[in-house]
Design a protein around this ligand. Sequence first.
Ligand code: WQD
Length: 320
Amino acid sequence: MQAISEVIPVLSSVDNYYNSVPAVLDRVETITGKSLKRYECDIRNREGLEKVFAETSPQAVIHFAGLKAVGESSKLPLMYYENNISGSVVLFEVMEKFNCKKIVFSSSATVYGNNPIPYKETMPTGDVSNPYGRTKHFIEQILGDVYKADNTWSISLLRYFNPIGAHESGLIGEDPNGIPNNLMPFISRVAIGKLPQLTVFGGDYDTKDGTCIRDYIHVVDLAKAHLCAVAKILDTTGINAYNIGNGVGYSVLDIINAFEKTTGQKLNYIIGDRRAGDLPAFYADATKANTELGWKAQYDIDKMCIDTWNFQTKNPDGIK
Ligand code: WQD
C-alpha cells in the first residue's frame, strides 16, 4: 500500500486544536519522516479556509473536523449542529470555489441507528439515537445532494465504528482534552491513576453480559482505510459509503478483561446507569471496503489494548 505522501506529495493540516495540540503534528512528522504544512484554522472560518486553499490548491480533502462524543452531544445538541454541520457546509463551499471536488469524509456507524446487525452500507440511515450521529447523517445527505447537482465530485463516506488504540511508537494516540467521553481513553487514565474509577454505563442490556457491544477497530487500521479511500477518489468520480470496522462485536466487559489481561493492570470499575443515546449493540459488515478499497482490518483487540497502554505510559500527562 502506498503512503499517502506518495499519493499526494504535499500534505497540509487544518485544525482549530479544540481537541488536540500542535505538538501532535511534530510527532506525526517524526513517524512519517514527511513535513506537513500547518494551518490553525476553524473550518467555520470561511476567510481563513479560503486562504488555505489559495496557498495550497489541494487535490483532495480528508474531512475529520467535528465534535464526536455521543454522550456529550445529547447534552449540547446545538453546539454539535453548529460546529459539525455549519462547518462542513463552509468547507464544501470553499472546496467548490477552488475546484477541489475530491473528499474523504469521516462519518460514523451511528448513522445506522436501529438497523439489524451487522450493519451494511445498503441499509437505510438516519434513524439515529443522538445528535452526534444525526450530524453525521445530515452531512452524508448534504454530500449526496452535492454529488447529484455536480457529478464531477468524488466522495468517500467512511463510516467509522469504534476507533481505539495508538501508533505502536507510543508517540501519538487518543489524548482528548479534559475528562474522556469515550471508553478506551477513560480506561487507560484509570489504569495510570489519573482518574479514580470507570463507570460501565449499564449492565442490564440484552447482550451476553449485559453491557453494550461495539465494533472496536485499531486506529492505525482506520488510518490505512483513508489511504485506500484517497487513492480511489483520485481515480474516480461518484459517492460511496464504506463501513470501517472489524466485523466483530466486543462488550464493555470484554474490553476491560482484554485490557487487564494484556497490560497486567487491574481496573477499578463499577456498573452504573445507562448513558442517554447508547444502543445495546452494533458491529460492521466490512465486506464492501475490502472488495472496493482493498482494505481489511489487521489488528485484534489485544493489540489495541497494548498500543493504548504503551501510549499512555509514555505520555502519562498527555501530549503538551
Ligand atoms: C463505547 C461503549 C458506552 C465510556 C463512538 C464514538 C463516536 C463514533 C461511534 C466514530 C458504550 C461505554 C463509555 C465510559 C462506558 N465513532 N462506556 N463508560 O458511544 O460507541 O461512540 O463510536 O465516529 O465518535 O464516540 O463510543 O467509547 O463513548 O462508548 O461504559 O466511561 O463504552 O456506554 O457502550 P460510542 P464510546
